[in-house]
Design a protein around this ligand. Structure first.
Ligand code: TYD
Ligand code: MG
Length: 462
């Protein structure tokens, strides 16, 4: 086969150029040209043939909607985020910081699948076979029958997959794989994209489930997993702080299941262990309430979880800082403005830091109320009462909006022994006397409609 020619194509307009240029000759955008392969004309016809099998036009209602069969990996929390298990021919991308546990989890999963008599293949580009073996011993998988291949050249990996026909193949990691067709270095956007595309094709045509491991790079994920998100079926990300033992695996895209589902694991001496009932692990253990701390019930996927939000408000310099860990910083700026404008809580000359305990990332706006109460509590130096929690979205007009599935959140809090809650009015249990607190299994619920009302209730509780 003639060697394919290199071309550079623009990520903005799609135009191509035979050589690399700083500026796209078609649309004039800067730094948008990336390397790709221009194939010999004969190959062009067949390149995507396996991806687009011949198909007739059909009426939607007439097409049989077969449920995709899933194979559980045997790791409950992983199956939960995958939507029940792996799917034949599916491509899964697992991203996360180095050292967070991607290789550990996948080795455990492959071993589980191999035990249920599915042929598996673990392709390692980062570690030698001996290192993988060492890890497997550490995980207590001495008798593991998982096949291991230490290889980084794409063509050889594809040949091995074609020859071995594994049910599942893990590529650890996609950033180490390179194709001879491209001149750029392994880990570059061009290599990562081209290799992932070939592997995806192999998955679809051969029926192998392929799991790609991708490192999140510190410099904004340039050649990181983000560039692959659109071409795979399922995208999972590891979250959590490497200093704590808890790890979350979140599905952010899933063609075969619900998104935003999360799996919770604890890193132990013997690898990752699923935490089946995670609702209370993101609370820090204060024996007495401290200022600047407020608990929130967040609903990630199908399970409610209690997470502690901490705030520290301290006098700042001429340009005070706003920093957040696990929460959106722009949203924090907005909440501070709402606090000032509608509740008279001024933090203009103060540094404000907020943190979601345990390395969880909270993206839902239902965290607003807890964040604001934590900030107000820190500013005043007064702790919220023992057994207190709050949730609800806060709008720019100072209104407190309901959170989805409020009853479920409240039930979880009541189950864990919480005693006082401030929640949006629409989330509070029905009737009861107007404006008065309502009860639910030992939990006193204060419904509020506005942020100033919430702060008023807090003052009354102290
Ligand atoms: P690893 O799976 O190698 O991370 P990644 O592939 O995402 O880079 O996980 C490495 C970390 O996990 C390392 O810091 C050691 C720790 N670890 C344990 O705590 N227990 C174990 O049983 C194993 C295998 C690893
Ligand atoms: Mg690894």
């Amino acid at each position: 086969m003639a060697k394919d020619k290199t071309v550079y194509s623009c990520t903005e307009c799609g135009g191509s150029s035979p050589k690399w240029q700083g500026k796209c000759p078609h649309c004039g955008a800067w730094n948008t040209l990336i390397e790709g392969v221009a194939e010999a004309p004969a190959a062009t016809r067949n390149r995507f043939a396996s991806l687009a099998p011949a198909s007739e036009v059909a009426v939607l209602a007439d097409i049989e909607a077969a449920e995709v069969p899933r194979t559980p990996t045997g790791i409950g929390e992983l199956d939960r985020v995958l939507g029940g298990g792996i799917v034949e021919g599916g491509v899964v991308l697992i991203g996360g910081d180095p050292g967070i546990g991607k290789s550990t989890l996948l080795l455990q999963a492959l071993d589980g699948l191999q035990r249920s008599a599915l042929p598996t293949l673990y392709v390692t580009g980062e570690e030698s076979g001996a290192q993988v073996a060492l890890r497997s011993r550490r995980l207590g998988l001495e008798q593991s029958q998982v096949k291991v291949l230490a290889e980084i050249q794409l063509e050889k990996i594809l040949a091995t997959i074609a020859a071995q026909q594994p049910a599942v193949a893990v590529i650890d990691s996609i950033q180490t794989v390179y194709s001879d067709q491209l001149t750029s270095a392994p880990g570059s956007v061009a290599q990562v994209r081209e290799c992932a595309a070939h592997l995806t094709r192999a998955a679809k045509s051969g029926g192998t489930t392929i799991v790609l491991v991708g490192h999140v790079t510190k410099e904004g994920a340039l050649a990181g997993p983000r560039v692959l998100e659109h071409m795979v079926d399922t995208v999972l990300y590891f979250e959590g702080d490497t200093h704590s033992s808890f790890r979350l695996v979140r599905a952010i895209k899933n063609r075969f299941g619900a998104v935003n589902e999360i799996g919770v694991f604890a890193m132990t001496e013997k690898g990752l262990k699923g935490v089946a009932n995670p609702s209370a692990i993101f609370l820090s253990q204060h024996s007495e309430p401290v200022p600047g701390s407020c608990v929130l019930v967040t609903l990630e996927g199908t399970r409610p979880m209690l997470v502690e939000i901490q705030a520290l408000v301290d006098s700042g310099g001429p340009s005070p800082r706003r920093l957040s860990v696990g929460l959106d910083r722009d949203r924090l700026a907005m909440l501070l403005a709402v606090l000032h404008r509608h509740a008279g809580v001024a933090c203009m000359d103060q540094d404000v830091f907020v943190n979601a305990v345990g390395g969880v990332r909270i993206s839902e706006p239902a965290a607003d109320l807890a964040v604001m109460l934590a900030i107000a509590s820190s500013l005043r130096g007064r702790a919220l009462p023992k057994g207190f929690l709050a949730f609800g979205e806060v709008g720019l007009a100072g209104e407190v909006r309901p959170a989805p599935r409020g009853q479920e959140r409240l039930r979880e809090a009541a189950k864990l022994g919480f005693s006082v809650a401030i929640v949006p009015k629409a989330n509070a249990p029905k009737p009861g006397a107007r404006g008065a607190a309502r009860e639910m299994e030992g939990l006193t619920i204060h419904p509020v409609e506005r942020i100033e009302e919430a702060l008023e209730v807090v003052r009354g509780l102290a």
